[in-house]
Design a protein around this ligand. Sequence first.
Ligand SMILES: *[C@@H]1O[C@H](CO)[C@@H](O)[C@H](O)[C@H]1NC(C)=O
Ligand SMILES: *[C@@H]1O[C@H](CO)[C@@H](O)[C@H](O)[C@H]1NC(C)=O
Ligand SMILES: *[C@@H]1O[C@H](CO)[C@@H](O)[C@H](O)[C@H]1NC(C)=O
Length: 387
Amino acid sequence: MRMAAFLPAIAVAVSLIFVPVWGVATGRASSAKQLRFGKDGRFKILQVADMHFADGRSTPCEDVLPSQRRGCSDLNTTAFVFRMIDAEKPDLVVFTGDNIFGFDATDAAKSMDNAFSPAITSSIPWAAVLGNHDQESTLSREGVMKHIVGLKHTLSQFNPPGEIDGFGNYNLEVRGAEGSSLANKSVLNLYFLDSGDYSTVPSITGYDWIKPSQQLWFQRTSKKLQRAYVSKPMAQKAPAPGLVFFHIPLPEFASFDSSNFTGVKQEAISSPSVNSGFFATMVEAGDVKAVFTGHDHINDFCGELTGIQLCYGGGFGYHAYGKAGWARRARLITVSLGKTKRTEWGGVKSVKTWKRLDDKHFTAIDSMVLWSKTYGGNRRKKHINRA
Ligand SMILES: *[C@@H]1O[C@H](CO)[C@@H](O)[C@H](O)[C@H]1NC(C)=O
Ligand SMILES: *[C@@H]1O[C@H](CO)[C@@H](O)[C@H](O)[C@H]1NC(C)=O
Ligand SMILES: *[C@@H]1O[C@H](CO)[C@@H](O)[C@H](O)[C@H]1NC(C)=O
C-alpha cells in the first residue's frame, strides 16, 4: 500500500538525481580508477566475507582449535587478506559485509581503517557493502558507509538516505581490454546492494531484506547498461554478464542440497523470513549470472537456480564464528574474455570461481565454471503459450 504511492516518485528521483549526486557526494567521480580487463583478457575478484574485525591484536580468535588459540587475533585476519592479495593479485577486492564486528570494536572508524588496510596499502581497488554487524560500534550504518567511501583506493559509493533504502547501493563497470574494440564499453557489470540488518516491521522477525526501492534501482541500472552494450558502436548481441554482491543470502539459497551444489552447507540458510522478490527481479533482468553473499560463515557453496549461481564466500575472519579445524577461506572469481575473429579481445567468455583456504598449503578447492558463453549464453527458452 505504502509502496504503490512511493514508487513513481522513486523512479523520477533515481533517474534525475541519483546518478549525478553520487558522483558529487563521493567527490571522486573524475578521479575514480576505471576498472578494465587486463592485456591477458582476465579480471580477477577476491571476495572477503565476514572479517568481523574488532580491535586488532587484543581481539581473540573464535572457533579455532585449542592449539591455535594462543597468539591468534584479528591480526591473523589481516595476515590472511595480505596472503590472498600477494598470491592472487586480484584486480578488485570485494568485502561483502560484517567487515567489522561492531559489538567488540571500540572505535568503528579505527576498526575499519585496520580491517581494510591490506587493500589500501596494496593500492588495489576495493569495494565494500554493509552486513548486519557493521553499525554496532560507534557509527550508524550511514556513518559507516560514509567512512568507507572516504578511504583510499575504494570504489565504494554512498547513496544518501531517503530515495533508496540502505547506504551502499551502487554499480561498477569493467571495460573491455585496452586497445580492443570494446575498450570503451562495460563488458562486465558489478552490482552492490545493502541487504540491511534486521526487520523493522514489528510483525516480522529476523533479518532485513532487499527493498522494492533497491530493486527498482537495480532494474533501471541493468536496463541502462544493457541498452548501452547493444547500441552502436560495437553493438553486442547479448547483455554483458552481471555479478551481484551483498551480505545476507536470499531465501533461494535454500534451494539446494549436496546433490546440486559445490561446497558445503554446515548451518541453516539465515535469509530474511520474507521473500521480497529480488531473485525474480534478477532473473527477469536477464544479465545476472552469479550472486555472492556472506553471513553464514560455515556455508561456502555455489548452486545454480534458473540460470543464476548463488554463492557463499565462506567465513574469512578469525574473530567471526566458524568451525574449529575447518580453515578460514576466501572466494576468487576470474572472468575471462573471448577472442573475436580478428584475434582481438572481445566480450566475456566465462566466469570461474574457486576458494583458497588459510591453511599451511594455501589449498585451492572447489574450482568450477559459474557461467560460460558457449555453455550458457542466455539459456532461458522462449515459452510458447498454446492455450
Ligand atoms: C596467527 O598468527 C600468528 C602470528 O603470525 C601465528 O603464529 C599463528 O599460527 C596464527 N594462527 C592461525 C590460527 O592461523
Ligand atoms: C575509446 O575512447 C578513447 C578516448 O575517447 C578513444 O581515443 C578511442 O579511440 C576509443 N576506442 C574505441 C575502440 O572506441
Ligand atoms: C536439488 O536437488 C534436490 C533433490 O536432491 C531437489 O529437491 C532440488 O529441487 C534441487 N535444486 C535445484 C535448484 O535444482
